[in-house]
Design a protein around this ligand. Structure first.
Ligand code: HPA
Length: 273
């Protein structure tokens, strides 16, 4: 089992190295509606997920399904434009696989982005949240199974998953740039249903500020391997039941269009610091 997974990770990473990916400093995972950030990359190499061994491409329209490698703010970065979600098959290993490949490629920092519902009543949609911590309500964990000891320990500590020093720097730089960046707790639910109003009340009671269907598997994998992690959430809508109106997937992608400039600035800062 472990041998199989190890082999699959190395096959995908070798494919990317042969395609020209060399020593990326940071990995960036772009969430729903946020893929246009990839256009900022200079001297880029673009590799479709479909060409990469063992990589699932996913099927959500608002995702490009590409890896983009190139220069961003003076650093070599590797971008995953589009993610394969746990809800697509119930296979948590498939959802975590791209993060495992980034770890194998030697990134130092993982920048995770996502769109999420806003649970905190004091905040508003159309703003960004810096992830301080997460609550995993997905019921799954990609480290279940044999541990791959060469990446990290069997029982990884998660006290400082979202690097505290980097969070301070992010908040300082965002304030200088006039970007509203609240710090909060991301809660992962499996999806694909949006939550019920009762579930959102529960999330608020247990300390969640935002709710989404991704990111936690990737953070678990990167933290296991001792990588620096910065998480940026785009609050695309008030979570279910906060307003007296239904939610739709289209609303999430539409909302992201108004935030592109601020989102790009926030990710630029996450690369630079
Ligand atoms: N719930 C879960 N995932 C989401 C939401 C939401 O309200 N908005 C964007 N992704």
């Amino acid at each position: 089992m472990a041998g199989d997974l190890r082999k699959k990770i190395k096959e995908a990473a070798d494919y990317l190295r042969n395609a020209g990916v060399k020593d990326p400093e940071a990995g960036i995972i772009l969430g729903t509606g946020l893929n246009n950030y990839a256009d900022r990359i200079e001297d880029s190499i673009i590799i479709p997920y479909n060409d990469i061994p063992n990589m699932h491409s996913g099927n959500v329209d608002s995702h490009r399904g590409q890896i983009i490698y190139g220069r961003c703010r003076g650093k070599m970065v590797i971008i995953l434009a589009g993610r394969y979600h746990y809800y697509e098959s119930g296979d948590i290993q498939a959802a975590a696989f791209p993060a495992r490949v980034l770890v194998e490629l030697g990134i130092r920092r993982l920048i995770i982005t996502n769109a999420a519902g806003c649970v905190n009543r004091n905040w508003r949609p159309g703003t960004l949240m810096l992830i301080k911590d997460h609550i995993n309500l997905s019921g799954a964990n990609p480290l279940i199974g044999s541990n791959l000891d060469e990446y990290g320990p069997r029982f990884p500590d998660m006290t400082y998953t979202y690097d505290p020093d980097l969070r301070e720097k992010m908040k300082k730089r965002a304030a200088e740039e006039g970007i509203e960046l609240n710090e909060g707790v991301y809660t992962m639910m499996s999806g694909p249903t949006f939550e019920t109003p009762a579930e959102i009340n529960m999330v608020r009671c247990i300390g969640g500020d935002a709710v989404g269907m991704s990111s936690v598997p990737e953070a678990i994998i990167a933290n296991h391997a001792g990588k620096e992690i910065i998480g940026i959430t785009f609050l695309s809508n008030m979570a279910a039941g906060v307003l007296d109106q239904p939610l739709s997937g289209e609303e999430v992608t539409e909302a992201s269009k108004g935030i592109e400039r601020i989102f790009a600035k926030a990710v630029d800062i996450a690369v630079e610091i």
